[in-house]
Design a protein around this ligand. Sequence first.
Ligand code: FPP
Length: 248
Amino acid sequence: MLDQKLIDSAPIPTHVAIIMDGNGRWAQQKHRPRLYGHKVGVESVQEIVEYASELGVKVLTLYAFSSENWKRPSTEVSGLMSLLKGYLLSELSKMLKNSVRLVSIGDIQKLPQDVREVLEKTIAETAGNDGLILNLALSYGGRSEIVQAVRKIASDVLAKRISLDEIDEKLITNHLYTSGLPEPDLLIRTGGEARLSNFLLWQASYAEIYFTDTMWPEFRREAFFRAIAEFQGRERRFGRTSAQLGSG
Ligand code: FPP
């Protein structure tokens, strides 16, 4: 049983980012094809989006497809693309009802045209919503995100729109795909691995990182609750000492 009061008494993280790992292994353990794991993984997405929204999380970023995932067998890639499209089409009415705003980060030009069109349409139709921001990382890679930011900034310097000493952390932050979004407070990775896999490399500098062995298809309300409860028990010092934080 979830004791909701337990987490209601402390601040809920503003931005939660999740590496949804373990779909393939979970399916293989059950002697089912990997795509079955992704399909059940979509149910976890639905449940976590709903719960995050109820809890008052402001931004939920989900690593749905990395720039490296294009290297997977073409049947798995097309299966994932069709799950994504199906998810967007089936969830639009729920997003509108719950005031969820969809945004995305990544090189979405690489997505198949039909998927991109549904994505752009869902983004446009939910643009006026003021509830949870659901941010899907699609064809996303943290290093290439930084490369494209550096290119834009360099071209601004070359064209003398900005000077070298105007380049600071804020300017770089503002040139990333996540411009305008707060940094993640809590970064969760399911599936038992403990690495960042090119996810939000710049933005996660001060995120609390939570690794769990739970495979994504089994990561539901209770597992999310546990991650939030653990986050609330951690002390975020941002480089300061505990004593400094205590004195405000
Ligand atoms: C990692 O599991 C997961 C992915 C590469 C894709 C995640 C996609 C979904 C949950 C479904 C579609 C998304 C949305 C937003 C509708 P893995 O295949 O790497 O697992 P493994 O490490 O066990 O092989």
